[in-house]
Design a protein. Structure first.
Length: 144
């Protein structure tokens, strides 16, 4: 048993570490092999950089394991993943009211994107958009 935390991909039995689904999970474990937290992420692509990247969907460290550097290790591992795939950016969202997290991310060197606004369509709006595409053209996804 090591006296250092470990980071590994959480995968289903028989699934390759890179995963074949949409999301991938990095787990961080304490030196005693307890799961202390996780980062849920997926790959994206930047047309601005003409390069892939990583989007961090969720970062969570259990309350009893906070302020031990685990969050920083997870973010660092994700940055390393960006570099491994030849990517140019690691990005994520944070709620405006979550000052402790915003301060933490700023301390890591992350910058708030003041000129960008997150937009979302879900529920009825998503249903309407999906239906509107069929009214204009026959839309196929993966040949279906």
């Amino acid at each position: 048993m090591s006296n250092q935390p470990t980071i590994s991909h959480a995968v289903r039995e028989g699934e390759p570490p890179s995963g074949s689904g949409y999301a991938k999970v990095l787990l961080i474990r304490t030196p005693s092999d307890e799961v202390a937290g996780m980062g849920l992420y997926f790959n994206n692509y930047s047309t601005w950089w003409a390069a892939p990247g990583v989007y961090l969907e969720d970062l969570f460290v259990l309350p009893e394991h906070r302020n031990k550097g685990y969050g920083k290790l997870l973010i660092g591992a994700l940055a390393k993943e960006v570099k491994r795939i030849g990517g140019k950016r690691l990005e994520w969202c944070c709620l405006k009211w979550n000052k402790p997290s915003l301060d933490f991310y700023k301390m890591l060197g992350a910058e708030q994107m003041e000129d960008w606004v997150t937009l979302r369509a879900d529920g009825e709006a998503l249903d309407r958009l999906a239906g509107s595409a069929d009214k204009v053209a026959k839309v196929q996804v993966d040949g279906k």
